[in-house]
Design a protein around this ligand. Structure first.
Ligand code: NAG
Length: 650
């Protein structure tokens, strides 16, 4: 078996799909291969994962020769990897799996830099503050567009290519509009002054009469050309090994005096703005395939994508891109648009793009509430709805903290004494409940595991169970792994991924202080797997309608409260801090109970029995609710065989 081998390198697993009985590389696989090729990264053993035996001959041209590539059948995948969507990387220990496109790509960059720290061009892919595609798709609309929206739109387009040419996929249109917008970067001001200076110089040259005309809009065609140069030069300079400053010419004093608001805007060069980043790497194989298809079948459609085409030709100017693409069987070129000239108008009167609207939403803070939660609570009460707390089944149960190994104890961290005591109390509640639900052979998943406080105690306490920790934040998970290694735990696995990328079967899902809708995401994941859940929610104030959830969730609440009214409950549910007057805290606790009652009723329609209880002692946390759900039907815990099949990305 693979995972018993001693490995020098981490293993990268890439999916091969099957179309008309022929193997084909899905876009996520092509993207990963393109990045490996661009980085010239040799830090991984690459496995192509086949769902059924097939010849790889036809794929050869798409796989860089420099890579160490083997084939593997789905059924032979290491257990941890089989529970994840691909692409995925399993580290040298075989215990930590990273899954999902963005996480895996960022990891490839990390490994490339560790092998060769001089690769500035590779470091630059991570963008400003190294955050490119770091926020997961659940949170960031931009990550979702690049990681999921565009690749799946292109896959879809290629699949139904017969009659879909006239209609542009929405996500491609969103990108086109995004590329038309002016950009902001952190050193914006300086570059925009340079741009102004170049524009003026150019104006003087071309029209002696228009000397010193401060109105930069006067010759739009001209300035567009000039700026194209400046912005692209600035962007490319960033990638060169010996990063030369873009311009050494001193700005004249007149330029220095121009107000920031009067400076010309910068045009989009690459997908995230000015600089070439990981996002461009993700988009290139997608757009390549999309444009090839349009070029072959619907050249007219290309007219609708002027900015995308411009992006596409700029990407090809980035050093190393053509070569890397060639190695992956992509021969890039600029598509020919049928008529003589391609209209590139940057003054499109588009309303704010979809993306911007959505992003705005993410940031808006609600206007302050007038009045309190009482009218809402009264309304619920009149309809017979009141918070109900099930009595705690074992209020005095505690783990034998003093006899547990040091690394398990939350005091071991940098935590203050009082916080450590409370954390232990919270853990007592979760561990007691999980222990009661667990049977030998069960898989228990700690969602949002952080540095592993819950998961590590569970793995130690339940040696007959497998425990999997899932966490998106790499640093936290790496710490959890080293704590676990210290303890020599064997019944534990780690997954760095958005929880959507975990598709494996499990029996109990746990989450301590799952923030806002994270609680709802974990509940849903458990319900889909037919697993029991033990969840302590927090940050009720962050709850808002999300892609997958709308509030209130249950029929009875929906019949009684409008969204706004429900949000009032959520907002006041956060007011349970110890500093607040007891009166306010009591209302806060009632609101918490009501929000969780709505959640539990919604889960009950899926065949669950759910209890909302208060952790013991109450003072262990201001967010002391605990939701315990059990599937009622006998077959609820049975693992659906289909879940063991291919991790399908849709
Ligand atoms: C790679 O990731 C590790 C683990 O998170 C981190 O400590 C290290 O600084 C990263 N290396 C680079 C070059 O970014």
């Amino acid at each position: 078996m693979m995972h018993t081998e001693v490995k020098q390198h981490p293993s990268l697993y890439l999916k091969v799909c099957c179309q008309n009985e022929k193997p084909r590389l899905p876009l996520h696989t092509s993207i990963a291969l393109f990045l490996l090729s661009y980085c010239d990264c040799k830090s991984f053993r690459v496995f192509l994962v086949f769902t059924k035996p097939a010849s790889t001959q036809s794929l050869k041209s798409q796989i860089p020769e420099s890579l160490d590539v083997s084939d593997i059948q789905l059924k032979d995948l290491p257990h941890l990897v089989r529970g994840c969507r691909l692409p995925a990387v399993l580290d040298e220990t075989g215990m930590l799996c990273r899954a999902g496109l963005a996480v895996v790509l960022r990891h490839i960059i990390n490994k490339t830099l560790e092998a060769d720290p001089s690769r500035n061009d590779v470091l630059a892919l991570l963008g400003f503050k190294k955050t490119c595609l770091k926020a997961c798709a659940e949170v960031s609309k931009w990550t979702r567009l690049c990681e999921i929206g565009i690749p799946s739109a292109v896959e879809e387009h290629l699949k139904n290519s017969a009659n879909q040419y006239q209609q542009l996929p929405l996500s491609i249109l969103t990108l086109e509009r995004r590329l038309a917008e002016p950009v902001k970067v952190h050193n914006d001001d300086k570059i925009r002054r340079q741009k102004l200076q170049e524009q003026r110089r150019n104006e003087k040259k071309s029209s002696p009469a228009g000397q010193g005309n401060p109105d930069s809009e006067s010759e739009p065609g001209q300035s567009a050309q000039v700026s194209e140069g400046l912005e692209l030069r600035t962007a490319l300079a960033k990638l060169s090994v010996d990063s030369v400053p873009t311009s050494t010419t001193r700005e004249n004093s007149e330029i220095r005096k121009v107000k920031t608001t009067d400076l010309p805007p910068l045009e989009h060069v690459f997908a995230e703005g000015l600089y070439f980043t990981l996002t461009d790497v993700v988009l290139l194989p997608c757009i390549y395939q999309y444009l090839c298809s349009l070029q072959a079948h619907a050249t007219k459609t290309l007219h609708q994508l002027p900015h995308l085409l411009r992006w596409y030709s700029r990407v090809q100017e980035v050093p190393g891109v053509l070569k890397a693409a060639e190695a992956c069987g992509m021969s890039l070129s600029v598509p020919q648009v049928p008529t003589s000239s391609l209209q590139v108008s940057s003054a499109e009167d588009e309303p704010t793009s979809l993306l911007e609207e959505e992003e705005g939403q993410e940031m808006t803070t609600e206007p302050p509430f007038v009045g309190g939660p009482r009218p809402t609570m009264t309304k619920l009460k009149e309809n017979g709805i009141e918070a109900v707390f099930t009595p705690h089944p074992c209020p005095d149960w505690t783990l034998p903290w003093d006899s547990l190994p040091g690394a398990i104890n939350p005091t071991e961290g940098k935590m203050s004494n009082i916080r450590a005591v409370r954390k232990r109390q919270q853990l007592n509640n979760l561990v007691a409940t999980v222990t009661e639900l667990a049977r030998p052979g069960y898989t228990v998943v700690d969602f949002c595991s952080g540095t592993g406080h819950v998961g590590i105690v569970l793995a130690h306490t339940l040696p007959d169970c497998q425990v999997i920790l899932i966490e998106n934040k790499e640093e936290s998970l790496v710490r959890a792994q080293s704590r676990s290694a210290e303890l020599g735990l064997k019944n534990i696995g780690f997954i760095q991924a958005n929880l959507d990328y975990f598709t494996g079967p499990f029996h109990i899902g746990v989450a301590l202080h799952a923030c806002g809708v994270a609680t709802d995401m974990v509940m849903e994941h458990c319900i889909q797997a037919g697993a029991a859940f033990v969840i302590s929610p927090c940050c009720y104030g962050f709850i808002q309608n999300a892609i997958k959830f709308t509030f209130p969730k249950s029929k009875r609440f929906q019949e009684t409260l409008a969204y706004k009214e429900h949000m009032i409950l959520c907002r006041f549910a956060d007011q349970t801090a110890v500093q607040l007057p007891p009166e306010r805290r009591l209302i806060g606790k009632q609101c918490m109970g009501l929000v969780d009652l709505d959640r539990s009723w919604a889960a009950e329609t899926h065949g669950y029995s759910v209890q909302v209880m208060t952790m013991e002692p109450e003072s262990c946390s201001p967010k002391n609710n605990m939701l315990v759900g059990r599937p009622v039907q006998k077959n609820g815990l049975g693992v659906d065989a289909s879940q063991l099949e291919a991790p399908v990305h849709n």
